[in-house]
Design a protein around this ligand. Structure first.
Ligand code: ADP
Ligand code: MG
Length: 389
């Protein structure tokens, strides 16, 4: 649990002013992987792990950011923030400031203290949580407000353009608009969403393979390029296909032979994943947990075999989970190539599940995993003075 009052105190001691405090959660994606940038569907939930941003004005023309996680303070002149980062953790918060400047929002000089307990680079979107928490803090200082979906879009732009990581809209959106005890089915084209309650007797058990993924380039970018290549081929035959959201399995059956084998497989994952994601939201709403679990298993197999974005450790983690008592569904979550699995587990079995999976995983891989228990949690908000979260 983050000690919000402790962060407040540290900020005041360091910078001399009582801060305003904001919190934004990380997320776990239940289903819908690499569908967001294809204008498709995703169904994440915000989690109990988050980043806190404490802010006060600096009364000069500098922006100063302290990351408690990195134990480092970085100071920049507001006019020198520019439009591109420098491959440093401070790119994420300065990227947010840069995008606001580009939007014509006048952010004054500031002192910002950041602390998060979302594990960094584990696929639970510490990046979106630091961006969204920072943006709420900056908007507060600039005495302005924006609608939450707009905040999500601007944070995505900060990550795409300033940090240089080609992420979709899912992470920032659910960090903004997530709700307690609910999964969020998002249509990434219209940004319409609906909340599907997660039954009270279920827990999210998140298992960290401890295998690091990296989004700023690498495999994630290669997958996006493959998807674009396949989309262009379909578009040349059916111009209304602008994204894979618009394509069906019939389209792939008809024109897939024009694609390299790897490109066809990537497209097949996304086309089938969109169908599975909408069906999963329907199943969750209907309380049909058996169907939900089956869809999560199919999603993992598609991610592993067609999208080739899993890794041996994540496959082992999922294999270990499925036969355990109380397990409703299990799959690799997030951008892929490592990170965490998400497991929907009956709460009465959650502790037992966690210890058995940790034991089994360490035995098979010699890696000690981290296991996080969470409920689906609220989206980003201001934390009033007496609150501890
Ligand atoms: P993920 O979003 O899955 O955690 P990313 O690679 O997208 O992984 O983002 C992780 C990066 O975000 C970190 O390496 C760091 O640069 C930045 N970050 C996240 N939280 C913090 C924090 N509390 N303080 C400083 N930087 C942070
Ligand atoms: Mg990220």
């Amino acid at each position: 649990m983050l000690d919000v009052n402790g962060i407040r105190k540290i900020h005041k001691e360091r910078f001399g002013h009582e801060p305003a405090v904001f919190i934004a959660p990380g997320r776990v994606n239940l289903i819908g992987e690499h569908t967001d940038y294809a204008d498709g569907f995703v169904m994440p939930a915000a989690i109990d792990f988050a980043t806190v941003a404490a802010i006060s004005p600096s009364n000069d023309a500098n922006g100063t950011i302290l990351s408690r996680n990195f134990g480092q303070t970085i100071e920049r002149k507001m006019q020198d923030i520019g439009t591109q980062g420098s491959h440093h953790w401070s790119d994420y918060p300065f990227g947010v400031v840069s995008i606001l400047q580009q939007e014509g929002i006048n952010v004054p000089g500031f002192h910002l203290t950041l602390e998060g307990n979302v594990p960094l680079g584990a696929g639970l979107s510490s990046s979106a949580s630091i961006e969204v928490a920072t943006m709420l803090a900056m908007l507060h200082l600039a005495r302005t407000t924006l609608p939450l979906p707009k905040i999500a879009l601007l944070c995505q732009r900060a990550e795409n353009d300033y940090v240089g990581a080609p992420c979709g809209i899912m992470d920032q959106f659910v960090s903004c608009c997530g709700a307690a005890d609910s999964a969020l089915l998002l249509d990434c084209r219209s940004l319409d969403f609906r909340l599907a309650p997660i039954p009270k007797h279920l827990s999210l058990v998140i298992c960290n393979t401890m295998v690091k993924h990296s989004h700023a380039g690498g495999e994630y970018g290669i997958r996006r390029a493959e998807v674009e290549e396949g989309t262009a081929i379909l578009h040349s035959h059916r111009p209304e296909i602008r994204f894979l959201r618009d394509a069906t399995m019939e389209d792939l059956d008809r024109w897939g032979h024009e694609m390299p084998a790897n490109v066809l497989k990537r497209c097949r994952h996304i086309v089938t994943e969109n169908v599975r994601t909408v069906a999963a939201a329907d199943a969750l709403e209907a309380g049909d947990l058996k169907t939900l679990g089956r869809l999560m298993a199919e999603a993992h197999a598609s991610y592993r075999d067609d999208f080739e974005a899993s890794c041996p450790e994540a496959d082992i983690m999922v294999q270990l989970a499925l036969p355990l008592e109380g397990c409703i569904g299990a799959r690799l979550t997030g951008g892929g190539f490592g990170g965490c699995t998400v497991n929907l587990v009956e709460s009465i079995y959650a502790e037992q599940f966690a210890s058995r999976i940790a034991e089994g995983y360490e035995k098979e891989t010699s890696i000690r995993p981290e296991i996080y228990m969470s409920r689906a949690s609220a989206g980003a908000h201001k934390v009033e003075h007496s609150g501890t979260n």
